[in-house]
Write a protein that binds this ligand. Structure first.
Ligand SMILES: Nc1ncnc2c1ncn2[C@@H]1O[C@H](COP(=O)(O)OP(=O)(O)OP(=O)(O)O)[C@@H](O)[C@H]1O
Length: 231
């Protein structure tokens, strides 16, 4: 469903992501791991089209999207929840969610009911300003907004970061239900090894911009973790 080949990306003179080959199959949950600053968010932004790759190619559902705009990628069914959530604090919860529908392929103007079944708290807070929500609620809003247009691939950049444990459990449950349905593939940046191994089918470890290891999460070894993930 998503295939990156030889992707190189960076900022100005500095190259941050080097020769990345990565694949996400339909319905698969793939975890991207690595220490702070190795380039995980840069890679996610490159996949969303927010950073142009210097070289390499990106294919999504058999189309070459290497030069496609972020808007067209969203329209094609790629949902993105950036690190730090980036909801609109001055807009209401409802307005934030409706903005997500801009990426819907069918010009739908109504939010799917399933969003409120998954995130009941957002229904209660529909007319509150996004900025008045707690960090965990804002994260739920960001995920709900990305799910509203019905994506086929969801990119989640550290969704558990800085969130209290009870909400972490709720977000885990949402990713688990996505996994059960197998209708949406997920590429997730996550530092928690426990979570990665419990939910993801496949992992990639990024180290100084390159893929240092990959495999089925069942085979993620202690040695590999020590080498590439512990500080
Ligand atoms: N807008 C930017 N301009 C210049 N350099 C940047 C920019 N954003 C990130 N970098 C640099 O790129 C490198 C990789 O950053 P990136 O945020 O992709 O890493 P990360 O693996 O996601 O880290 P973290 O886990 O801390 O979020 C870092 O050295 C960072 O300083």
């Amino acid at each position: 469903m998503l295939k990156l080949q030889g992707i190189e990306a960076g900022y100005g003179e500095s190259m941050v992501v080097r020769n990345v080959n990565l694949e996400v199959r339909a319905g698969q949950i793939v975890c991207l791991m690595g220490r702070n600053g190795v380039g995980k968010s840069t890679l996610m932004k490159t996949i969303m089209g927010l950073i142009k790759p210097r070289s390499g190619s990106m294919h999504y559902r058999d189309s070459d999207i290497t030069s496609e705009s972020p808007y067209l990628r969203a329209k094609a069914g790629i949902g993105y929840v950036p690190q730090g959530r980036e909801i609109f604090p001055q807009l209401t919860v409802e307005e934030n969610l409706l903005l997500g529908l801009e990426a819907a392929p069918d010009r739908r103007k109504k939010l799917p009911e399933s969003i409120f079944e998954t995130f009941p708290v957002l229904h209660q807070m529909l007319h509150r300003k996004g900025g008045d929500l707690s960090g965990g609620q804002q994260q739920q809003l960001a995920i709900a907004r990305a799910l509203a247009p019905g994506p086929k691939l969801l990119l989640l950049d550290e969704p558990m970061e800085g969130i209290q444990p009870s909400i972490v459990m709720e977000i885990e449950a949402i990713i688990e239900s996505i996994k059960r349905n197998r209708e949406i593939a997920v590429l997730l940046v996550e530092q928690s090894l426990e979570f990665a191994t419990s939910i993801a089918d496949y992992y990639y470890v990024l180290d100084r911009g390159t893929i240092a290891a990959e495999g089925d999460t069942e085979q993620l070894s202690e040695e590999l973790v020590r080498k590439h993930l512990t500080v």
